[in-house]
Design a protein around this ligand. Structure first.
Ligand SMILES: Cc1cc2nc3c(=O)[nH]c(=O)nc-3n(C[C@H](O)[C@H](O)[C@H](O)COP(=O)(O)O)c2cc1C
Length: 192
């Protein structure tokens, strides 16, 4: 068994490789994602830590292309009402697909009034994205998905008014390999 000293951090392992290679992917092949893989990703999500172990998350998993397209259309309209259109014109155009053509969209909701739910959900989302990457899939977190709350599509999915939609994630087999966005490095303070 290697000791920590013999295993310097320069050495990558499977977990680190997955973390460093994940990208927000915005182009997908049409291939469906097998249900067993989606179930595994949800199990990985459920392994996230949560404040007071409340596990406040609920997942709405959409794999119907028709439903995904309907949600995307309604979300784009709802989002446009929130932003200055000039600001958004590059992002939200008539042909913009908020879900990037992915075959799976997961909406994550939590009860309102849980002050930790956003953090819990973020951890749970990251588990999904890293698990997906480790299984050869790509993902993109889509904050715009939150606007589904303001649409008829939310009702169709069965998302109740008693839930806050905190994030959506798209999942699929990627059709692009985005370059790494450089990371800001001067944001750590060491107090030795
Ligand atoms: C909370 C959150 C919301 C995001 N919302 C969107 C979105 O609505 N649409 C999108 O294409 N990307 C979205 N992203 C992806 C970011 O743009 C992306 O993670 C960032 O540019 C860094 O790129 P990387 O993930 O490839 O490292 C979101 C990311 C986070 C964490």
């Amino acid at each position: 068994m290697e000791t920590l000293a013999e295993n310097p951090v320069e050495k990558m392992n499977a977990t680190l490789t997955t973390i460093f290679e994940r990208r927000a992917v915005r182009k997908y092949r049409n291939d469906p994602v097998p249900k067993a893989i989606i179930e595994k990703l949800l199990d990985a999500a459920r392994m996230a830590p949560s404040a007071m172990n409340r596990q406040p998350w609920k997942f709405y998993v959409v794999t119907s292309k028709t439903v995904i397209n309907t949600c995307a259309g309604q979300i784009t309209k709802a989002a446009a009402g929130h932003y200055h259109l000039g600001l958004l014109s590059g992002i939200i155009s008539k042909n913009y697909d908020v879900f990037h053509g992915a075959p799976v969209v997961i909406f994550i909701t939590a009860p309102p009034g849980n002050e930790w739910a956003q953090l819990d959900t973020g951890m749970c989302a990251q588990n999904i994205m890293l698990a997906a990457k480790s299984l050869g899939l790509d993902t993109c977190p889509v904050g715009f998905g939150r606007f589904i709350e303001e649409t008829e599509a939310a009702k169709a999915l069965g998302i109740s008014k008693k839930e806050k939609v905190l994030l959506s994630i798209v999942i699929g087999y990627g059709n692009e390999k985005p370059e790494l966005h450089p990371r800001i490095k001067n944001n750590a303070v060491f107090i030795d």
